[in-house]
Design a protein around this ligand. Structure first.
Ligand SMILES: Cc1cc2nc3c(=O)[nH]c(=O)nc-3n(C[C@H](O)[C@H](O)[C@H](O)COP(=O)(O)OP(=O)(O)OC[C@H]3O[C@@H](n4cnc5c(N)ncnc54)[C@H](O)[C@@H]3O)c2cc1C
Length: 458
């Protein structure tokens, strides 16, 4: 595989000449990462008429919402009206249709039926005309000094291949494509690179009395009352449970899915770190099951741990340096921009930093009390420029790693917002195919197109 690099072309890890790789296709738009952002981007691009490929390293679409078993959609509304519409709205309607035990008019914290959601994404993406390539990991990019990307190096069972495209959309959650271009990028707090903790989500089946909200009330913290986990943690048998954090959703009759506890010092861009995290997470899931069975036997006495995420739940890694970095001041000012491509009303959901773990304040208070929350009906705009990496010409970014400061990232990282930024990136990519310059598209035309797709902009 060793070769002389071609002048002007960089493939960072391998220094391969693209000619030495098996050429696996030319596309108008190549989307990497099949999470909510990537699926929405692929649908946005393909439904605009572009030949679109979606590359996913695992064998299902949905990212954290299916593979990591994140149990519910964060709010779709600003508590007055639905603000995530367009493709995001269609996903909510279809998702609700797969959870008949949930009120079909619910907009906020709708539980996820994981296996249904995988199929819904499969259908939405393939029906749009996009092609999906599973089990394929992007390991490198081919780009020049001017920030023009011409191809991706992918690894799969058949070897290493080159996939070419006119425009690329990075929906990896970790900004893998952008990072591979050797451009500046943010990572966590930037100083030491501290990242929000990860969580291994899991599902318990055969839970009793789950039809009645009382079961959730008994587990979730309410007002001054800490969750049952607080009590469980006092028991020496369960001392490994790290903190009181617990969110539960009824993902099916008798099935409760948990986003509980934190795993610290995990960096999703480092495989050794992820390997440690997933094993610790699986161990913790067993402990939660046993602790809940002991302290709430009327619900969990016969419960069975049927699943943990096949991906670790990762909240934070890289954020791109974009044409516009959305800041906490913009968030607190409820700012709108001329180039808004969607809106957001979710609170600044920063999970515990490691130094806060021993703090005495209840978990809920620490997380929810950091920044002022919006009143019903309030939201802010997300500008198109926050999806545009400053140093690259034909690469867009959607989802968790768009250009924001660290605090705002903790709000826009949730799935309805990722669907909304994804759809906008897909439509925008189609508009940039001829010029291969995502900074030069007609943004008002993009907004008009998004509105015609039902997207809510103001
Ligand atoms: C524990 C936890 C709980 C959460 N709770 C909620 C919640 O209740 N509600 C909510 O709405 N949001 C929640 N979130 C946030 C939300 O799930 C994620 O931030 C969101 O899914 C991010 O979407 P994304 O498309 O940007 O990335 P992801 O969902 O992470 O998807 C990225 C996809 O890209 C693929 N990929 C990555 N790198 C490569 C590569 N190099 N080559 C090929 N494929 C690649 C991955 O396999 C993955 O499928 C939670 C997050 C966590 C971690």
């Amino acid at each position: 595989m060793k070769s002389e690099p071609i002048p002007g072309l960089k493939s960072r890890s391998f220094q391969l000449s693209p000619d030495q790789l098996d050429h696996a296709g030319d596309w108008d738009v190549v989307v990497v990462g099949g999470g909510p952002a990537g699926c929405a981007a692929a649908v946005g691009a393909a439904s605009s008429g572009s030949r679109t490929l979606l590359i996913e390293r695992c064998c299902a679409l949905g990212g954290m919402g299916t593979l990591a078993r994140v149990p519910a959609w964060c709010p779709y509304s600003d508590r007055k009206q639905q603000i995530h519409r367009g493709f995001a709205g269609r996903m909510l309607s279809r998702s609700l249709a797969s959870t008949p035990h949930i009120d079909p008019n619910r907009l906020d914290w709708v539980p996820i039926s994981f296996e249904h959601l995988k199929v819904i994404y499969d259908e939405e993406v393939t029906n749009s005309g996009a092609e999906v390539r599973f089990d394929t990991l992007v390991v490198d990019v081919v780009s020049d000094e001017e920030g023009l990307m011409s191809g991706l190096v992918v690894a799969d069972k058949a070897g290493l291949h080159l996939i070419r495209g006119a425009v690329f959309i990075d929906c990896t959650g970790d900004a893998d494509l952008v990072a591979r271009c050797d451009v500046d990028i943010h990572m966590g707090d930037d100083q030491g690179g501290e990242l929000m903790p990860s969580t291994m989500c899991f599902t318990l089946a055969n839970c009793q009395k789950t039809g009645d909200d009382r079961s959730l009330d008994l587990i979730n913290p309410r007002g001054d009352r800490p969750s049952v986990i607080h009590e469980i943690r006092q028991d020496p048998l369960f001392k490994e449970i790290p903190d009181d954090h617990i969110c539960v959703a009824l993902t099916g009759p008798g099935c409760m899915s948990f986003n509980a506890g934190h795993i610290y010092d995990i960096d999703n861009t480092q495989p050794e770190s992820v390997s440690r995290g997933v094993m610790q997470g699986r161990r913790l899931a067993q402990l939660y099951r046993d602790g809940l069975a002991k302290y709430l036997p009327e619900i969990f006495g016969e419960a069975v741990l049927i699943n943990t995420g096949s991906l670790l739940g990762v909240r934070e890694t890289r954020r791109i340096i974009a044409d516009y970095e959305l800041t906490i001041k913009d968030y607190l000012d409820r700012r709108s921009f001329e180039d808004d491509i969607c809106r957001n009303a979710y609170f600044i959901d920063i999970h515990l930093y490691s130094e806060e773990v021993e703090d005495d304040k209840p978990w809920e208070e620490r997380v929810h009390g950091r920044f002022e929350k919006y009143q019903p009906g309030e939201s802010h705009g997300i500008p198109y420029r926050s999806l545009c990496p400053k140093a690259l010409k034909n690469v867009l970014v959607a989802g968790r790693c768009i250009g924001t400061d660290r605090a705002v990232n903790a709000s826009v990282r949730v799935m309805p917002v990722c669907l909304s930024t994804g759809e906008a990136a897909g439509v925008a990519a189609s508009m940039a195919i001829a010029s291969q310059d995502i900074h030069q598209i007609n943004v008002q035309q993009l907004r008009t197109e998004l509105i015609s797709r039902g997207v809510y902009l103001s």
